[in-house]
Design a protein around this ligand. Structure first.
Ligand SMILES: *[C@@H]1O[C@H](CO)[C@@H](O)[C@H](O)[C@H]1NC(C)=O
Ligand SMILES: *[C@@H]1O[C@H](CO)[C@@H](O)[C@H](O)[C@H]1NC(C)=O
Ligand SMILES: *[C@@H]1O[C@H](CO)[C@@H](O)[C@H](O)[C@H]1NC(C)=O
Ligand SMILES: *[C@@H]1O[C@H](CO)[C@@H](O)[C@H](O)[C@H]1NC(C)=O
Ligand SMILES: *[C@@H]1O[C@H](CO)[C@@H](O)[C@H](O)[C@H]1NC(C)=O
Length: 461
């Protein structure tokens, strides 16, 4: 019995005796699991980020906008062709109408080509991506085997639950907040719903002269000039001008007494940075217009007589290549349409990239002059005769007949919702509207039609 106890004691003794003499102590840990392949995981992560870089939402947007362009263009073509057929006098088709239709067909062909190349690119991308996704999926399944603690699996379950919950919440949200009203921007007076008959009509100071031009009121005038009006006439070849003419009241404009007279931009007409095209506006004692022979917005400061320019995006059509039109006629040099509303100055134009659809940009009136946000629309500029802005909503008109123009389209910059069914009719006093100009001061729409001036009151609900 005694011996039995002594043996382990002896063993302990020898162990403690030996320990200090050793340099280190080695423990061997045997793990039945395999080491986690970090490299493999980061490889998959890299692939995933490349993949999502390749197929962002802009890829689908691209296709969608091309399709929308086509969608709008085809009915227009159909309509124009049937109008052409009605016009056919049995001998000759109107050469101009044919020209318009030919242009439309060329545009449509360009869209189809674009669609073709986009689709081919997308197909290739889809095939590549599918293959990559399959590989990644297999790799991830492989990696899941390492999830012995079930952490990833739990996370996935949580994620799934959270997603279901969010979906549920969203559905509920949709039910509650679905707008019942069509969009109308941020108008303090409600929604623009109709327009009055003509409230003011005059042949003005130069009856029958200067078919092209614009007129209106500066929404942000100097103190004491609140009742002033301005008028710009294209005095050279119906294309160019080099001055703005001021009137101290509406009656002065009607009877044609201009007290401050002309404020000249330059003594030559046209020359660098003088006015090209009719769709100009005045805002904050400055005139905004398309600069002569450039795809720029010019701002002429009436106080200092200095000009600031603002370059529009690449591909902006100018020099009468992106005009407002009706079927048998385009309105020359209407490439850039400047507009004012409650929020300041806007510019409406078109670009090659936008396939001739209207593009809208907010102008920041500061120094230097800059562009703020830009929106693409899906309305074809050649199907539009003019545009104006009210409370951040773009409105476009089309020619109906010599007495009526229809406000048919709107684009709300707040919600980005487009409507093609506005259906508000303007009773014209002359057939051709060459500029439309909204005055946020009194909610009047000022029209310059074939050298005459007319005003309408916008009606809100
Ligand atoms: C689409 O593009 C391919 C390759 O460029 C061409 O072979 C094909 O004819 C095109 N299809 C159409 C409808 O234009
Ligand atoms: C719009 O106003 C015009 C002119 O005041 C009127 O004739 C027309 O009936 C109005 N349209 C609607 C839909 O209210
Ligand atoms: C015009 O110039 C004056 C003097 O530099 C400046 O105070 C004013 O803000 C300018 N107006 C515009 C619209 O740029
Ligand atoms: C408008 O469309 C063009 C051409 O597709 C595109 O390059 C541009 O980014 C778009 N702009 C906006 C603001 O969506
Ligand atoms: C663009 O407009 C928004 C809204 O008015 C404004 O907050 C922002 O400062 C503007 N951006 C620039 C670059 O002027």
């Amino acid at each position: 019995m005694k011996l039995h106890v002594i043996v382990p004691l002896y063993a302990l003794f020898t162990l403690t005796q030996q320990a200090p003499s050793r340099d280190s102590c080695v423990c061997e840990l045997t793990n039945s699991n395999k080491a986690f392949p970090h490299e493999k995981l980061s490889g998959v992560e890299d692939k995933a980020s490349t993949c999502s870089g390749n197929i962002g939402p802009q890829k689908t947007m691209e296709l969608e906008s091309v399709l929308l362009g086509l969608d709008r263009r085809l009915p227009q073509l159909q309509e124009d062709v049937s109008m052409l057929e009605r016009e056919d006098d049995g001998q000759l088709y109107a050469a101009l109408s044919l020209q318009v239709i030919e242009n439309e067909i060329i545009e449509i062909q360009q869209i189809i080509d674009k669609l073709n190349s986009t689709t081919l690119r997308h197909q290739r991308l889809t095939a590549d991506t599918t293959k990559q996704l399959e590989t990644m999926r297999a790799e991830m399944q492989e990696l899941e085997k390492y999830d012995t603690m079930q952490v990833v699996k739990r996370q996935q379950d949580n994620h799934r639950l959270k997603r279901d919950l969010d979906e549920c919440k969203n559905e509920e949200g949709h039910l509650i907040s679905k707008p019942t009203q069509p969009p109308h921007g941020d108008c303090p007076y409600g929604q623009f719903v109709n327009i009055s008959g003509v409230r003011m009509y005059t042949a003005g100071e130069y009856p029958g002269s200067y078919k092209y031009g614009a007129w209106g009121q500066d929404p942000k005038p100097e103190k004491g000039k609140e009742s002033w009006y301005w008028r710009v006439m294209l005095t050279s070849s119906n294309k160019y001008s080099n001055y703005v003419r001021l009137y101290s009241s509406l009656s002065a404009l009607i009877v044609g007494v201009s007290v401050p007279g002309n404020i000249q931009i330059h003594s030559s007409n046209p020359t660098t940075n003088t006015i090209q095209g009719p769709n100009v506006v005045m805002y904050g004692e400055a005139l905004y217009y398309n600069c002569y022979n450039k795809d720029d917005v010019c701002r002429f400061n009436l106080t200092t007589k200095t000009i600031t320019t603002l370059q529009l995006p690449k591909g902006t059509r100018y020099n009468s290549k992106g005009n407002f039109c009706r079927l048998d006629e385009c309105y020359p040099y209407t490439d850039l349409d400047l507009a004012t509303d409650e929020s300041g100055v806007w510019v409406i134009y078109t670009t090659t990239e936008a396939f001739g659809n209207l593009v809208l940009s907010k102008v920041e009136e500061g120094e230097p002059l800059t562009l703020n946000k830009t929106w693409n629309t899906s309305v074809y500029k050649q199907a539009v005769t003019n545009t104006f802005m009210v409370c951040g909503v773009l409105y476009a008109t089309r020619y109906v007949d010599k007495s009526w123009e229809e406000i048919f389209y709107s684009f709300d910059t707040t919600t980005e919702v487009e409507r093609f069914n506005i259906g508000i009719f303007i009773n014209k006093m002359a057939p051709t509207i060459l500029s439309l100009n909204y005055s946020p001061v009194d909610q009047m729409l000022h029209a310059y039609c074939d050298s005459t001036l007319a005003s309408y009151k916008l009606l809100f609900e």
